[in-house]
Design a protein around this ligand. Sequence first.
Ligand code: ADP
Length: 176
Amino acid sequence: MEVKINKGIISLIQGDITKQDTEAIVNAANKTLLGGGGVDGAIHRAGGKAILEECIKIGGCETGEAVITTGGNLPAKYVIHTVGPVYRDGTRGEPDLLASAYRSSLTLASANNIKSISFPSISTGAYRFPLEQAAGIALQIAINYLHEHDYIELICFVLFGQDAFDAFEKKLGQLT
Ligand code: ADP
């Protein structure tokens, strides 16, 4: 599914983010930046040790913030590592922190002249953020960003599995 917003496109695909050839892919990292399971493990495995070496030098990342490294052996030139919130009960700032993780990643992409970027569904795996709410937040931030920035051309959401794809597709239909 593709939707044009201002000068850019939001695209939803089902697949593996490590295979994407957008200029940047986003990693749903943890605060240590030292790798983990899920999409984080997949990115470090496919990208090789150059990514981890830069992450070690950076030293960590706060929840809602983002940092950038090389893409190493990945098709993408850069990996933007952002830390989504661990979902507890929804009253601990989780929605704002998730929005901030998406916004920080997009701002950092723009600062590096990146015109195409792929996101996974941040926080909806091990961090247990409810999928439908997370999809709404992710897409609203992407829509707002494209309205406010003419430069970025493509924001792609690479959803792993049918449930995530269906949730994003439904929300994008509602929001556009
Ligand atoms: P978090 O700790 O932020 O919840 P996870 O990696 O556990 O991060 O999960 C985030 C999302 O990434 C989940 O929807 C999971 O299914 C998805 N995911 C896992 N591997 C990949 C991959 N290779 N490409 C894209 N998405 C992936």
